[in-house]
Design a protein around this ligand. Structure first.
Ligand code: E4P
Length: 218
């Protein structure tokens, strides 16, 4: 399973890289805004910096919502660095653009997936990744993990190469259940990745080992 970090914060990306388990980065316009990145030049420079820090797939989202503009913006993003994956929203023009990018060998991440039908459409158009949003479905009382399960099954039935990138993963149990289901990738904040380190028995066990060692060597 691949681990992507869902942030535009460079320090968090550095910390996840240093842990040695990071496979990529996803961003979105809200995450970029949170870091105060505005204006085309600053956005492009920020993506370049992310690609220099993380040697893995970096999803960069288009702002455009019409076919011609998505193509123009997506090609500019793809030209930035070979690791860029163009993130395209699940709308009609987005699906058409994914087909165009796929034919040109430009990799894509179809975002804002909330149904199996949307995932199927994106896979047929040739998306590299589909991003179903687990947490946002849970927020409205639906079952985000059930959607991951459905999509994994459908892609398996037909051997689609499109990878299931579980997004909006908010806590450790989400991540573990995505792994059990067989999602190809999870993207989540740094605290969810580092949350995997934690168990109270590890902490108390280590404290006992160190105390016993100290006593024996006093
Ligand atoms: C996916 O690529 C999105 O950036 C992200 O996972 C959304 O997560 P949120 O619902 O916690 O904002």
């Amino acid at each position: 399973m691949k681990f992507f970090i869902d942030t535009a914060n460079l320090d968090e990306i550095r910390e996840a890289v240093a842990l040695g388990v990071l496979d990529g980065v996803t961003t979105n316009p809200s995450l970029m805004a949170k870091e105060g990145i505005k204006g085309v030049d600053a956005v492009m420079a920020h993506y370049r910096q992310i690609c220099e820090i993380c040697d893995g797939d970096v999803s960069a989202e288009v702002i455009a919502t019409t076919y011609d503009e998505i193509i123009r913006e997506g090609e500019e993003l793809a030209d930035l660095h070979p690791n860029i994956v163009v993130k395209v929203p699940m709308i009609k023009d987005g699906v058409k653009a994914i087909k165009y990018f796929s034919d040109k060998g430009i990799r894509t991440n179809c975002t804002l997936i909330f149904s199996a039908g949307q995932a199927l459409l994106a896979a047929k158009a040739g998306a590299t990744y589909v991003s179903p949003f687990v947490g946002r479905l849970d927020d409205i009382g639906a079952d985000g993990l059930q959607l991951i399960e459905q999509i994994v099954q459908i892609f398996g039935n037909y051997g689609y190469a499109t990878e299931v990138l579980a997004a909006s993963v908010r806590h450790v149990p989400h991540l573990i259940q995505c792994a059990e289901i067989g999602a190809d990738v999870v993207t989540c904040p740094l605290n969810v990745i580092t949350g995997l380190l934690k168990h109270p028995l590890t902490d108390s066990g280590l404290a006992t080992f160190l105390a016993d060692h100290k006593k024996a060597n006093a």
